[in-house]
Design a protein around this ligand. Structure first.
Ligand code: HEC
Length: 132
């Protein structure tokens, strides 16, 4: 009986540890994807804004700022790719450069905003084409 209880306790502990480990792995995979999902929300908001009368210009600084902050998370969120791939780092730097341009010289009119959004969107796609 004592052995049976010990065995059951061991099995229970094992199951709990497995669940914890699986949960940790799932959470680790969720993080990079979550960064991307929020970036997508900001890019979509910018693109949707272009169809409005003011082309979303008043809100655009907020969304570019969000993209800059989220972009700064990429090296942490995709640590293995950052470490192992020069091309990944290069794609990330090009993305940052596109955002930097929009951030340091904020688009003043709809045409400039359209160009900036297109450039950022293309730099997302450039990385996805190779790494997603
Ligand atoms: C430097 C590379 C890189 C850049 C730049 C980048 N992404 Fe990604 N993105 C990835 C990778 C890698 C994945 C796949 C992640 C995975 O499945 O674990 C991904 C996945 C995604 C996903 C799918 C998330 C999901 O639900 O699984 C979306 C949406 C996305 N990116 C949007 C964007 C947007 C929008 C931008 C630009 C504003 C962007 N990404 C810029 C590398 C990048």
């Amino acid at each position: 009986m004592k052995y049976l209880l010990t065995l059951l306790a061991g099995l229970l502990a094992g199951a709990l540890l497995t669940a914890t480990a699986l949960g940790a792995i799932a959470a680790r995979e969720r993080y990079p994807r979550s960064v991307m999902v929020v970036m997508q929300a900001n890019l979509t908001a910018l693109q949707r804004g272009l169809r409005e009368r003011d082309c979303g210009l008043p809100e655009s600084r907020h969304h570019f700022g969000q993209l800059v902050a989220l972009g700064a998370e990429i090296p942490r969120a995709f640590a293995a790719r950052e470490r192992d791939s020069v091309e990944f780092r290069r794609a990330r730097e090009l993305f940052e450069a596109a955002l930097d341009a929009a951030d340091t010289a904020p688009p003043a009119d709809c045409a400039a905003l359209n160009r900036a959004i297109t450039a950022v969107g293309q730099s997302c796609e450039a990385c996805h084409a190779r790494f997603r």
